[in-house]
Design a protein around this ligand. Sequence first.
Ligand code: SAM
Length: 351
Amino acid sequence: MDQAKAEAFGDRMVETLNAGSLALMTSIGHRSGLLDVMAGLAPSTSQGIADASGLNERYVREWLGAMVAAQVIEYRPDDATYSLPEEHAAFLTRDAAPDNIAAFLQYVPLLGTVEDSIIDCFKNGGGVPYSEFPRFQEVMAEDSGQTVVPALLDHILPLVPGLTDSLRDGIDVLDVGCGSGRALNIMALEYPKSRFTGFDLSDEATSVGRSQAKENGVTNLVFEAKDVTKLGTPGQYDLITAFDAIHDQADLASVLAGISDALRDDGVFLMQDIAASSELQENIDNPIGTFLYAISVMHCMTVSLALDGTGLGTMWGEAKARDMLADAGLSRVEVHRLDHDLQNAYYVARK
Ligand SMILES: C[S@@+](CC[C@H](N)C(=O)[O-])C[C@H]1O[C@@H](n2cnc3c(N)ncnc32)[C@H](O)[C@@H]1O
């Protein structure tokens, strides 16, 4: 045994204990609003921070202890004050989106809620359905609110030459697995002459999208709680989008075949999906590879297996995606990366 290698690994595992704990504490800081409040405060005592955030001082003080030990928040013992440096706030507050890593760290405790069920699946197979993830739709909406919505009009849609002009003139658009419909709501407001439809299995998510559309006063957008496995809408759409909604499908081949069939001859399928290789050894250098495989084990793969699906997994990768798009008749494919989005690739696919 290489003793130095063993010791270095031991150190890394201890760091991981701290890093995992910091993920939990940061998620709490995000959800409770503590990080946002602290970004706007001068150095303050725990009582001052608790008052400013309307929270219980004892809990706030213990949380501050963890965040100081993690060297995220700075502590001045002379007057017992705490501060969040602006260089750290730049990655931890709602104002910092899309760089707000605190929003993504919510996935760590969220995935933890299904650990018992996942262990059971390791023993007996099967999967954990969407309905067992208590805050999934909420966290997902926040995630895409950071990664898709701010970049949609200026960076994502322009990946397809001429698309923004067509949207301005008026075309038919479908978003599959639309979740809470944030992307659709933005597009419906921006392009009033186009007609937008969102399908998602989740009643909870589509109701959120519908309420937002009502609040926005848009009449060119409809949501339906519908399984996209059998779309059955031949030649009805000029543009079909899917934001992080393809790799976790139960029957992906049927979904892609339905999308291909639902597109008009010159239509485009714009798919945001995980930027990964189909070969494990090529994902070792992925800066968030561990996170992506973990989210696969504890969400994307298991929700598919829960429906007796293929359980393709989050890291199906570009080669597999291209093969499956081609099998569905979408053989002209370009793959783009955007600077703001470390996690995803953007596929522009045509018949
Ligand atoms: C990872 S979420 C992405 C949601 C949304 N596109 C976003 O970016 O916020 C995947 C979504 O696909 C939906 N979904 C999964 N399988 C589906 C199916 N067969 N039919 C319709 N929706 C499905 C889920 O309910 C979930 O809302």
